[in-house]
Design a protein around this ligand. Structure first.
Ligand code: HEC
Length: 178
């Protein structure tokens, strides 16, 4: 399936002046579908297409198609960054309890799958070596205690990330949001 889509991408991208709808499709395709690893490499993701659809329907409106920072800076960039949260105490919980995740109208199993998919798609380099995927049970437990100081907790976590060993190869791609 992935290979098949990659071929479609390659063929479609040779078309001159594609209509806007094709261009949009290619952007998504290029970011999420044609990456050089197979779906089987995504641990904790039963159905990558369902995860991608859930992202598009529930997250993309704020986090953009690729997890980039919003132009006004109100929504932080997740790309090449959110994997770091799993290396600091409380960060793993935060990714589930942040309102955009916790309040999404999807099941605990789907949220676990979506976060596993997102982390490995847009922040694989920053994940700890011993990445352990979220499970339905863990997400169900964390969702019962929503984060009530998002700004304060996030600031504490980002400071902890900044103080991680800067010589670590895991941090070489890090961009700390202002
Ligand atoms: C209405 C806009 C909005 C939607 C929809 C949204 N988010 Fe967010 N998200 C934010 C904002 C703003 C932040 C920064 C923390 C905060 O203020 O909540 C954030 C932070 C996060 C973070 C922590 C990253 C960081 O650096 O703080 C994660 C992970 C996240 N969102 C995941 C998701 C997922 C997964 C979805 C979809 C299921 C989603 N969000 C939907 C606005 C949104």
């Amino acid at each position: 399936m992935v290979l098949c889509r990659a071929l479609v991408c390659a063929r479609t991208s040779r078309r001159a002046r594609p209509p806007a709808v094709v261009t949009r499709g290619l952007v998504l395709c290029g970011l999420f579908t044609c990456l050089p690893f197979a779906a089987a490499d995504l641990v904790g993701v039963d159905d990558p297409e369902r995860a991608q659809t859930n992202y598009m329907l529930n997250c993309q409106g704020c986090h953009r198609h690729d997890g980039a920072e919003s132009p006004d800076g109100a929504v932080p960039g997740m790309r090449d960054f959110i994997g770091h949260f799993l290396s600091v105490p409380g960060g793993r919980e935060f990714l589930v309890q942040v309102p955009g995740s916790a309040n999404a109208a999807i099941s605990n199993a789907e949220l676990a799958e979506l976060l596993n998919w997102l982390l490995q798609r847009i922040s694989r380099e920053q994940l700890p070596d011993a990445f352990s995927p979220y499970t339905e049970t863990e997400v169900a437990h964390l969702r019962r205690t929503p984060e009530d100081d998002v700004v304060g907790t996030r600031a504490t976590l980002v400071r902890a990330i900044e103080s991680l060993d800067p010589t670590s190869p895991k941090l070489k791609m890090m961009e700390i949001p202002e």
